[in-house]
Design a protein around this ligand. Structure first.
Ligand SMILES: Cc1cc2nc3c(=O)[nH]c(=O)nc-3n(C[C@H](O)[C@H](O)[C@H](O)COP(=O)(O)OP(=O)(O)OC[C@H]3O[C@@H](n4cnc5c(N)ncnc54)[C@H](O)[C@@H]3O)c2cc1C
Length: 399
């Protein structure tokens, strides 16, 4: 039976696990990453992640620090402005629109949008040749033994891993988090999010647009052109039954519905490829560490897809843990390192989860009083400059 010896074991090879492997290896740690599912690196294959991620400025800095940004940038579209549109009724009637410009906060875009399956492909290309990384796709985490100065991990193929630190980056249902005995608190909203790609006749001008109506946001995020046509990624939140109806709708009817829902903003959009559907929940781990296990990304927090907070918050976890571990190169899982990680990340995660929970409750409501709150809130956030700057800074995350 094979035993791998390393500094850090990472359970999960999704985007968060892959980035963790790249970041820790770039800082000189030996890393073993395991995931039962190999990465799906083509859009049309089953299991391909058809969501996009708007990586915000701190994410770009993290990618830069380990040489990943040069691989990702060519596939990205910069986001220069964020427009928020409030609508009411069906077909949606425009009530107000406010635009937030990245130039208000410095020279750079707010972020850069990439398709998730492309990110996984580029990260996987990088990891196959990265020094210090052993990527075990096809074999998952199975068991955990915590010792004073190491963890002993059992994998599903019978192999073992001895490490100083184990990182749970294995998703919402994280088996490593569960084995460490860490509970979660979960809120369900009765909403689902459809994620899909469109092409459209009108240019997006690098503006990401959130259009509010009953059921939640319809978010349009610019992508690089597809076959010479303007393209965007869409996340469309709805109450569950309507989401299922839209998922099953014939394409022409679906395109008609999204034209109405988008208020015709980019002209008649054409569906490009499949639709995928995702549950909308809010979930936070009660602790971020237990013994020598640290919990990051969706294993630590799953948030409704609003304001590009999910994976960006995950990357902030990884950056914080890597910075702290670098200060203890002999023992990245030392109790002092993990205690400092919990202290650094828990308040930020809690605060973001709370704000997004509140925002989602107001945003999805079709009720008159809540719609008035939404409209007043939008105007206040945009029109009062210090409030606007504070919200934009908080949304971007730590520098
Ligand atoms: C519709 C939608 C749109 C979104 N848009 C944005 C956005 O614009 N910006 C943003 O920041 N975030 C966004 N998010 C959030 C973001 O997509 C997720 O946070 C992110 O994809 C989750 O990545 P992860 O690596 O944490 O988890 P996952 O992708 O779930 O990866 C977990 C991995 O763990 C593996 N695993 C399972 N069991 C085991 C085991 N026993 N051993 C080892 N591995 C195991 C799985 O196979 C999987 O590969 C969005 C979310 C949704 C739903």
């Amino acid at each position: 039976m094979q035993t791998h010896e390393c500094d850090i074991f990472i359970s999960g090879g999704g985007i968060a696990g892959q980035v963790s492997a790249a970041v820790f290896a770039a800082r000189g740690f030996s890393v073993v990453m395991a995931d039962p599912q190999p990465p799906v690196t083509e859009a049309d294959l089953d299991g391909s992640d058809l969501r996009s991620t708007a990586f915000l400025r701190p994410a770009r800095a993290l990618f830069d620090s380990c040489g990943l940004w040069t691989l990702l940038e060519p596939h990205s579209k910069p986001l220069d402005s964020l427009a928020v549109i409030d609508t009411t009724g069906w077909p949606p009637e425009l009530r107000d629109k406010r635009t937030f410009a990245a130039a208000d906060m410095g020279d750079e875009p707010f972020g850069w949008n990439l398709m998730n399956w492309v990110v996984r492909r580029e990260l996987w290309t990088y990891l196959q040749n990265a020094e210090g990384v052993t990527a075990l796709y096809g074999s998952g985490f199975k068991s955990l033994v915590q010792r004073t100065d190491e963890v002993l991990i059992g994998l599903t193929d019978g192999a073992r891993v001895r490490a100083r630190l184990a990182i749970a980056a294995d998703g919402k249902f994280s088996p490593l988090r569960e084995a460490a005995g860490i509970d979660v608190s979960t809120t369900r909203y009765g909403q689902k999010a459809l994620a899909f790609t469109v092409t459209h006749p009108q240019p997006h001008h690098n503006i990401s647009t959130e259009i509010y109506n009953e059921g939640g946001a319809f978010t349009i995020v610019p992508l690089p052109d597809i076959d010479g046509q303007n393209a965007s990624a869409i996340v469309w939140m709805n109450f569950g039954p309507r989401a299922v109806e839209l998922m099953e709708m014939p394409v022409t009817d679906f395109e008609e519905a999204m034209y109405a829902r988008s208020t015709g903003l980019l002209g008649r959009m054409k569906l490009k490829g499949r639709r995928s559907v995702w549950p909308v929940i809010s979930q936070t781990a009660d602790q971020l560490v237990e013994g020598r296990v640290a919990v990051v990304a969706e294993a630590a927090h799953a948030l409704p897809p609003i304001g590009a907070q999910g994976l960006n918050t995950s990357l902030n976890d990884i950056a914080a843990l890597a910075d702290l571990a670098q200060g203890a190169p002999q023992d990245p899982g030392a109790p002092a390192v993990l205690a400092a990680f919990e202290k650094a990340r828990k308040p930020d995660i809690r605060a973001r989860a709370k704000v997004i929970d509140l925002f989602n409750r107001v945003a999805r409501s079709g009720e008159g009083a809540m719609q008035a709150v939404r409209l007043t809130g939008l105007k206040a956030v945009h029109d009062i400059a210090p409030v606007r700057h504070g919200v934009m800074r908080a949304g971007l995350g730590p520098r």
